[in-house]
Structure formats: structure tokens, C-alpha cells
Design a protein around this ligand. Structure first.
Ligand SMILES: [Zn+2]
Length: 426
């Protein structure tokens, strides 16, 4: 495994450059070991610090990484950088070399369609965590928390019933980078959902091969078979079948060609874990959980969302099929008052909804394209669940051994490891 690596850092920051470069070395070694070497002589990391900057761009023999300079007062700052390095570096194989021919060389005169972004981006988003865990630069607890949050977000995303991963890949040109008010209700994110499919696929491969093979072996086999010659969906299915002995069609039908519910059971069975679903009132701090009057407030739900910065009482989304949806509330309407009380912020609306117990009605005074009206909406018990990924106390020695082979880390001792979103949305 011989290649020269350079690491160029631009801009001031509050981090330890030696620690960043040391972590990158471990990541590079771990990624190279999947493929038995590097497909280049020289590779350059270009890390630029700039306030509020984030993200990265992969190239064949280099990557451009962007980061906020002031993130290193917390361990999560380093973990964030290592996750990004791992992701972009894995792209040196997945997508820059091993790829759908539609993705290079590009025809820059038009759109370049592919149905494989779930594989090129989603599985890279999955494998970047495996590499970082095995390299010892990100702990299992961090990864479990991230996956649990994704699992929660996906389970709550109405678009999962409307768009498959293949469609999300194909429509990336016209939809992914042009989000609209319909995005959460009509689309899935091929990064987020693709990474979860990678996790499920890994578990299936290990179950089918009795623990011998996983997603990294899938990439190694595809690289060996196809290199830079071009990759199709059929090639991926064939490699999956050859490694696991399983018919790929049921998995592809359930998770790639269609968007069915996620299934944690193979992951639980392979690695001795359990996915625990918690209702919003079950994730309250212990003292609130004990207080029945306080816990009641987390039960109320009407289906309104105000986004991540709810500083105005304007509806950002309404969950299809929810009471608010059935009552005709929709995106862009401003809520002036709840049960006659003026609301100036989205958070105030959420608080007023929590005041009303499930089973009762609530009156929203809204502005709908200039017209003020009052709408009665029944409050129901919050149907949302957030997930935690926990070690199963009954895990067998074989499951624990497979967990360690999978993550490069010891089987976790204690719960709780991870929680999904704990915010309560009315
Ligand atoms: Zn990527």
C-alpha cells in the first residue's frame, strides 16, 4: 500500500492540527485495507476553515473539505472532521472510480441521470462511519446516536411513502438541491435513507454468509470485478448474492425500488442490538417523567411543524393524514392565535397545543392567503416514536464477536447509548 499523502490546511482555527492529521492517517490506512491498496500515487487533502462553512467535494486524487474554524472545543468537532475525511476519502473508490458511467466522464451540456446515488452517496455515508470506528477516531456511541437519529427522522418522514431510493437518485437533478414546501412530504434523502439501507444490507450480508462477509467485502468484490470500467445495479445485486447466498430481489424490492418501512430485525439479529422505540413522553427527563401532569403535555399532537428555527408562527409543514391536515391547515399559513390567545412564535403555538389534552379540540386562528379564519382541530395522542440503538442484554457471544468484527470496537456494556430526536412536535 504505497502512496504519498499531503494535508493542506488553510485558515485559522481552534483545533490541534497534529490530531487532525493523525486521525486522517488512521482513516486512510483503514480505507486502503478494504481494497488492499490505493488506486493512486499521490492524494491531497485540502482543508479550508471559514466561519459557518461545511461539507466536502470528492475528486479522484484529492478532496476539498470545508469546516467552521471554531468547533474544536468539543470532541464532536474532531469527530465531525474525521467523519467528513472518511466520507470524501472513500469516494476515491465509490463514485470517482467504481461508478455508474453516467457519473463520469460527465457531459456538461446536460443533466446526467443515475439511479445509483443511494449506492454512491448513501452507502458512502454508511461506510464512512465503519471506517472511522475501525480507525478508532469515532466511538460506537457517537455512531449509534447518529444512526438512531436518522432512523427516527426517516420513520417520521412522510415522503418515505411517496418516493423510492431509485427515484430519489434519478430526480436529484430536478429536486434534491431545489427543496420546496413539498420536499419532506414527497421525497426521501438518498444520503439519509441510503445509509440506513447500507446498515440493513450489511446485516443481511452477514446473516447470509454466517458472519463471514459484509458491506466492505461487497465493495472489495465490486472493485475487483469492475474497477473503473463502470458499475450497474445488476452488478451490485450479483455481488450481494455471491457473498450472501441470498436472493437480492426481496431486499431491492423492499428498500430500493420501493420505499417500505425500515426493518431493524436483521441488524438486531446480526449484531446483538435492539432498536427501542420511545414515545415523546418517555424521553422526558426522569423528574418530568414521574410527574403525570407534566408528562401529559408531551402527548398532544395535531401534525403541525414549524421547522428548526420556529421564530415565526408560520406553518412550515403539515403531516399528511394528521388532524391539522384533515382540517385544511397547510404550508405558509400564519397562526395568529390558539384558542383565542395571540401567538407570536412557532414555539408558542407548540406550547399552546401541548396545553390541550388528547381527545379535545383546539381552535387555530390562521391567515390563509390574506383571509383570517378560525379552524377547529381535534388533538390526538402523539403517534411519533424516536429510536435508540441499545446493546441487547441477551446478546450471544457470537453476536458480540460479530459486533466487534463489524465496528472494530468492544461490544457496548451499558445502555443508554443513543437517542433519536427528543424534540416534541405538536
Ligand atoms: Zn458524498
Amino acid at each position: 500500500m504505497n502512496a504519498d499523502f499531503e494535508f493542506a490546511i488553510t485558515g485559522e482555527h481552534n483545533g490541534d492540527e497534529g490530531r487532525i492529521v493523525e486521525g486522517a492517517k488512521k482513516i486512510v490506512t483503514q480505507a486502503g485495507s478494504i481494497f488492499g491498496g490505493f488506486p493512486f500515487q499521490r492524494y491531497t487533502f485540502l482543508l479550508t476553515f471559514s466561519p459557518k462553512a461545511s461539507g466536502g467535494l470528492e475528486h479522484k486524487n484529492s478532496t476539498s473539505l470545508l469546516s467552521d474554524p471554531f468547533r474544536f472545543s468539543k470532541t464532536s468537532g474532531y469527530e465531525g472532521i474525521f467523519g467528513l475525511i472518511s466520507h470524501e476519502f472513500f469516494h476515491a473508490w465509490n463514485v470517482k472510480r467504481l461508478h455508474d458511467p453516467a457519473l463520469g466522464p460527465f457531459d456538461y451540456r446536460g443533466e446526467n441521470y443515475t439511479r445509483l446515488l443511494w449506492f454512491h452517496e448513501g452507502l458512502t455515508d454508511y461506510v464512512d462511519n465503519l471506517i472511522a470506528m475501525k480507525a478508532g477516531v469515532i466511538p460506537w456511541t457517537t455512531v449509534a446516536r447518529e444512526w438512531a437519529k436518522r432512523w427516527t427522522d426517516f420513520a417520521e418522514r412522510p415522503g418515505r411513502l411517496e418516493q423510492s431510493l431509485e427515484e430519489a437518485s434519478f430526480d436529484a437533478w430536478i429536486r434534491f438541491y431545489k427543496p420546496s414546501e413539498f420536499t419532506p412530504n414527497s421525497t426521501v434523502d438518498y444520503y439519509e435513507a441510503g445509509a440506513l439501507v447500507g446498515l440493513m444490507m450489511d446485516a443481511q450480508l452477514r446473516i447470509g454468509s454466517h458472519g463471514a462477509k459484509g458491506v466492505e467485502d461487497l465493495f472489495a468484490l465490486l472493485w475487483q470485478r469492475h474497477g473503473e470500467k463502470g458499475l450497474t445495479d445488476a452488478d451490485i445485486r450479483k455481488a450481494y448474492q455471491d457473498l450472501s447466498g441470498l436472493d437480492p430481489e426481496p431486499f431491492w424490492d423492499a428498500h430500493i425500488r420501493h420505499c417500505g418501512p425500515l426493518d431493524p430485525s436483521p441488524i438486531e439479529a446480526a449484531f446483538g442490538l435492539k432498536f427501542e422505540a420511545k414515545a415523546p413522553w418517555e424521553t422526558l427527563p426522569p423528574e418530568d417523567l414521574k410527574d403525570a401532569t407534566v408528562a401529559r403535555f408531551a402527548r398532544s399532537f395535531v401534525g403541525l411543524e414549524f421547522g428548526t428555527s420556529p421564530d415565526v408562527p408560520t406553518i412550515e409543514n403539515v403531516i399528511p393524514g394528521s388532524p391539522a391536515f384533515e382540517a385544511g391547515l397547510s404550508y405558509g399559513q400564519e397562526i395568529l392565535a390558539v384558542n383565542g390567545w395571540r401567538t407570536a412564535l412557532g414555539t408558542e403555538v407548540q406550547q399552546r397545543v401541548a396545553d390541550i389534552p388528547a381527545g379535545q379540540e383546539i381552535a387555530f386562528t390562521v391567515v390563509d392567503r390574506g383571509r383570517v379564519k378560525t379552524v377547529a382541530v381535534p388533538v390526538i395522542e402523539n403517534p411519533r416514536r424516536s429510536y435508540q440503538i441499545l446493546p441487547n442484554v441477551k446478546a450471544t457471544e457470537a453476536q458480540k464477536a460479530l459486533f466487534s468484527a463489524w465496528t472494530g470496537q468492544p461490544f457496548p456494556k451499558q445502555s443508554p447509548i443513543a437517542s433519536g430526536s427528543s424534540s416534541v412536535k405538536p
